[in-house]
Design a protein around this ligand. Structure first.
Ligand code: ZN
Ligand code: ZN
Length: 201
């Protein structure tokens, strides 16, 4: 089992994370220039959703640096999905992805984003079943400064905007109602409470 110090060096909790990554890379990698100048105002944790008199909520989703910023108003989303496919694993850098779709009129997008587009034909040629093939193509929008993928569009669902649930940083966000491509699932993925691990503080 790795030591706590080694785990801290890998850094997955946030504080001091940037410094840790630079230290790990300096021996063999020359950092490339950032795509753009870093924003002057650092991102802050998104506030808890605010509820209006009709039960509608205002939620904020944003990237790590904060320049890409989405404001979502209205009721909870009807489609919240969890996907284990290999494309979602690579695209998110995690072992599954969670996303919610909102009607376009509920979403205001501010800041710059770069789309990574994949057509259905391209997705079909990946050699493994994946959700982009199932959904008929998609465009994933990531922040050109910090790299967070925050939102996406699915070609088969032009009336809605998909948003990565992690970008809301809101533990009260409703749970997924759909789950796909479970044959790719890591066996412990949905049972982390049972993992025998050392807890970081
Ligand atoms: Zn960013
Ligand atoms: Zn997927």
């Amino acid at each position: 089992m790795p030591s706590l110090a080694a785990l801290a060096g890998a850094c997955f909790t946030g504080a001091g994370c940037g410094a840790g990554i630079v230290k790990l890379n300096t021996a063999t990698v020359t950092p490339s220039a950032p795509a753009e100048e870093a924003p002057k105002v650092a991102a802050t944790a998104a506030p808890s959703p605010k509820t209006d008199k009709t039960g509608g909520k205002t939620r904020i989703a944003q990237c790590n640096c904060g320049q890409l910023h989405l404001t979502v108003t209205g009721p909870d989303p009807e489609r919240i999905s969890l996907c284990h496919c290999n494309l979602c694993q690579k695209q998110s850098g995690n072992i599954f992805a969670v996303q919610a779709r909102f009607p376009k009129e509920q979403v205001v997008i501010e800041g710059k984003s770069t789309p990574w587009k994949m057509s259905k034909d391209e997705a079909d040629q990946l050699g493994y079943p994946n959700c982009v093939s199932l959904g008929g193509g998609a465009a994933f929008h990531f922040c050109p400064v910090c790299g967070s993928t925050v939102w996406y569009t699915a070609d088969s669902d032009s009336a809605r905007v998909g948003i990565k649930v992690g970008c809301f940083t809101d533990p009260t966000f409703p749970q997924p109602k759909l789950s796909g491509f479970e044959s790719y699932m890591h066996p412990w993925a949905l049972n982390t409470a049972e993992l025998q691990v050392q807890h970081l503080k």
